[in-house]
Design a binder for this molecule. Sequence first.
Ligand SMILES: [Zn+2]
Length: 323
Amino acid sequence: MAREEFSTRTGFSANDLDRQSERRDDEAYIAALKADREARTFVVSGDNILLERDSDGHRSLFTFGETRLMGPARETVFLGHDGVGGIFATLLADAQQDLGPSREQLSQIYRNEEQPGAQAMTDLRSIVMQGLVSERIAGRLAEAKSLLYWHSRHRFCANCGAPTEVAASGWRRECTSCGAQHFPRTDPVVIMLAVEGERCLLGRQPRFPVGMYSALAGFVEAGETLEDAVRREIREEAGIATGRVTYLASQPWPFPCSLMIGCLALARTTELTIDRTELEDARWFSRAEALALVERTHGELFCPPKMAIAHQLIAAWARGEVA
Ligand SMILES: [Zn+2]
């Protein structure tokens, strides 16, 4: 690649499946892929993903024969082809938000059951933060989790209230009564650095870990450009007026089905008026301080981990890769 895309630095960006979207309506083709011995599926229950210890890490792809032992499936969706076989995702029928062990229980399970073959359900955030699967698998899991979340929340027609059925191998739902078609959603979120000369603006939400500062962020609203959403969020949350907005990178964010869109915005004012319902604090950081946040040398303060697009935005600006 002549010039590296910034998006490739973010977690969940390494999904290399051939989605074969033009073949999703070809039921015979998808059925044959599914019946093939090379077919594999992720197994999802609510927010949790099934992992199995193997000799050199964790296995997250299973044969359909293996999944049948785990209980009835509510939905099975086609994610794409990996060059060897079809890759699917299966949502177990008894999916509940609180099904599966907690993080503490999980680490206990792994401590007690180090041998290959031990299985546990864990949430995708923990899987990625602990590096339990490769970046490529993490990207596929993001696709699986967002898509299955959408299915679990769209079992009834938004138009008439009747039950809906899966179509297009999981990429559409159709109403059994009025015939309306419903498509999986991806919700755009802008996440941005306002920069003013040698300073950038970061904030912290009350729910953040103590000491963590990050880029401001917010959902894009109806009838709004990305640039306008960036300027609005910075003005609302920090009282800063901004001008030119530049797009840098995006990141699939499967919590539950967002696309983070990372931007830089040039600040026109510097005096902060913080919206205390959104932010506990916001402040300007010098380039040296921003670099220290990234490298975790800023005393008590730090920024989100490398997999997060916020980290990559802050790092790219602090290192002078973007202006
Ligand atoms: Zn309907």
